[in-house]
Design a protein around this ligand. Structure first.
Ligand code: FPP
Ligand code: MG
Length: 295
């Protein structure tokens, strides 16, 4: 992973703007899931660290823009760039990271470059869908999963597929693995928003619903509630709610096992990913670590 960090630092330096270097160095790197995946799949390939760095820059750019869109004050436990420097700076820093990543990407094999580039269009469509869906309560599970796929799984899918192309491995099998890993990852993230603490999350807990995001545990809860309680739940949508109301939601989620139900789907997707990668134990390990972080 040190080689990926070196590549990232080199690309940032090449932007040749002190302000950018300083701002970038203040960001927390996160789990680097996408980079780890690329390194595991294309371990022997010389260009794997560069491809991993490119994907991490695209991911970082998307989060900078996402925090502006979500008006998020924190990211990974530190003040978001839009909070400390303002939205204009956050958008421009995102643009620089994103365009630098693409400048490097065009030197790759056409199929590798196209796989990553096309996923960013999907990612952006997913973000647009997410914002639109947050305007009113969404109880449609299939629609929610379509959005999750676009918003989170596409870049992970593309990272796995591009690394497989680079390494001369079965691109479609790795793409399927990446897709299921990505979906499972995001569902776990949605669960953690409810079950974890601000300290562990690096952002406020129970915040998805405040932002208008009806994640799976909320969709399953809505399905299970009677008419009056359905109304009570939807009345709390997309606003800051009282401690009592938060406690009521959590209590009802417990009563109807909606966290477990969401976790079961994440596990099923993770198993499907595992089945595709049966003979590659390191990739199975990535999945296990991810699933375990929810408990
Ligand atoms: C986080 O979702 C957001 C994403 C994973 C994707 C955001 C994508 C874009 C803004 C479009 C792409 C733009 C560029 C420049 C590449 P979340 O808000 O559910 O998660 P969070 O709790 O981590 O904020
Ligand atoms: Mg967000």
């Amino acid at each position: 992973m040190q080689r990926v960090e070196n590549e990232i630092a080199r690309l940032i330096n090449e932007c040749d703007y002190e302000e950018v270097t300083q701002l970038f160095n203040k960001l927390s790197g996160g789990k680097r899931l996408r980079a780890k995946l690329i390194l595991k799949i294309a371990a022997e390939h010389n260009d794997a660290p560069l491809l991993a760095a490119i994907v991490e820059l695209i991911h970082a750019a998307s989060l900078l823009h996402d925090d502006v869109i979500d008006e998020a004050m924190t990211r990974r436990g530190v003040e978001s760039v839009n909070a400390s420097e303002g939205s204009k700076v956050a958008v421009m820093l995102g643009d620089i990271l994103y365009s630098k990543a693409f400048t490097e990407l065009v030197a790759f094999d056409k199929d590798v470059a196209k796989t990553i580039a096309a996923s960013v269009t999907e990612l952006s469509k997913g973000e647009m869908m997410d914002v639109k869906m947050a305007e009113s309560f969404n109880a449609n599970e299939a629609l929610y999963l379509d959005m999750l796929y676009l918003k989170t799984a596409t870049l992970i899918e593309a990272a796995a597929k591009a690394a497989a192309i680079l390494a001369g491995k079965d691109a479609e099998a790795y793409a399927l693995y990446g897709r299921n890993l990505g979906l499972s990852f995001q569902i776990i993230d949605d669960i953690l928003d409810i079950t974890s603490t601000q300290e562990k999350l690096g952002k406020p807990a129970m915040n998805d619903y405040v932002e208008g995001k009806c994640t799976l545990p909320y969709i399953y809860l809505y399905e299970a509630l009677d008419k009056d309680d359905k109304q009570r739940l939807t009345e709390s949508h997309a606003k800051k709610i009282s401690k009592e109301e938060t406690a009521w939601i959590k209590e009802k989620m417990k009563e109807f096992n909606t966290i477990e139900k969401s976790f079961t789907l994440a596990q099923k997707l993770s198993k499907e990913a595992q089945n595709t990668m049966g003979e590659d134990p390191t990739l199975v390990l990535i999945l296990d670590t991810m699933i375990q972080r929810s408990y």
